[in-house]
Design a protein around this ligand. Sequence first.
Ligand SMILES: NC(=O)c1ccc[n+]([C@@H]2O[C@H](COP(=O)([O-])OP(=O)(O)OC[C@H]3O[C@@H](n4cnc5c(N)ncnc54)[C@H](OP(=O)(O)O)[C@@H]3O)[C@@H](O)[C@H]2O)c1
Length: 322
Amino acid sequence: MKAVRVHEYGGRDKMMFEDVDRPSPGPDEAVVSIEAAGVNYIDTYHRTGLYPLNLPFTLGLEGAGVVDAVGERVDRFSVGDRVAFANGQGAYAEYGLCQADRMISIPNGLDFGTAAAAMLQGMTAHYLSHGSFALQPGHTALVHAGAGGVGLLLTQMAKRLGAHVISTVSTDAKAELSSGAGADDVILYTQADFKDEVERLTGGAGVDVVYDSVAKDTFERSLACLRARGMLVLYGQSSGPVTAFNPKALSDGGSLFMTRPTLGNYIASREELEQRAGDVLQWVADGSLSLRTEHDYPLAEAVEAHRALEGRKTTGKVLLIP
Ligand SMILES: NC(=O)c1ccc[n+]([C@@H]2O[C@H](COP(=O)([O-])OP(=O)(O)OC[C@H]3O[C@@H](n4cnc5c(N)ncnc54)[C@H](OP(=O)(O)O)[C@@H]3O)[C@@H](O)[C@H]2O)c1
């Protein structure tokens, strides 16, 4: 089968589109014939070795498709079932592997591309808005990268929970998309200092929570945007990691809170996985959560998909189609 493999950490030139044996399932695993694979920022960290995996490996955590084979202990799913997953292995391929207890059935009427697009970023937006900092009416949230994959979904969920949303984006076109997702105020952070704008928009009060996926370029000013006892949810590092942090900044900013969450801890149990995936897929199916999936690439063009994502060219979800 064809797969996108990494033999050596590095740039996009280290992504090899090559022939490899089909995976076979371990006792608790399933092999899934991939119809659509999700591209996520974390894939670029696996590629560069920032988050190392054992070499060589096939990229991709997220996918949707049809169960092709199951291990001997799997009874939850059977060959032929339509499934999606957000933490499998080797989804940038014609066939990927996943622990069966990490897979979710795709509801009738939902296509594979939609299911793959909803899983990782949808469940991330879900735990950020319902778990890390549970939004309520009256809260004001600052959402960075508001037109990104997570950003568009997080904005919609925050609005659904009754919060006021201020987003940041880099271009006018992204500003339009972010407003369309429900952001009440959109800051073009390439043109104005977002800290000054937040101060102006909140009358100096600051926001209750900042959801920051950009990190290096935004971190210090994100802390400065918070009201006393507000919370910084630092969940990504698209501009690079935060390398120096003195906890005293939290007291200086007004007894602030900070968390650095990852999805895995918020879908650790089968129950929590089913609850978050169930909500997200249900909202997509009933039309109350809209997904933007206008960046589909053939599997052979995974390099281009990474180039677009890292080059801030994408909005919403990026998919690879084998
Ligand atoms: N912790 C978790 O559980 C978790 C789960 C999923 C994703 N994440 C993280 O969340 C972030 C967003 O993921 P995503 O897949 O939805 O990506 P994305 O937001 O669609 O794409 C990244 C966006 O970040 C913004 N950005 C700002 N500075 C950037 C820079 N120097 N280089 C590249 N992009 C920059 C860009 O938007 P503008 O052009 O508008 O600035 C860009 O479009 C990633 O950092 C990812 O690792 C974390």
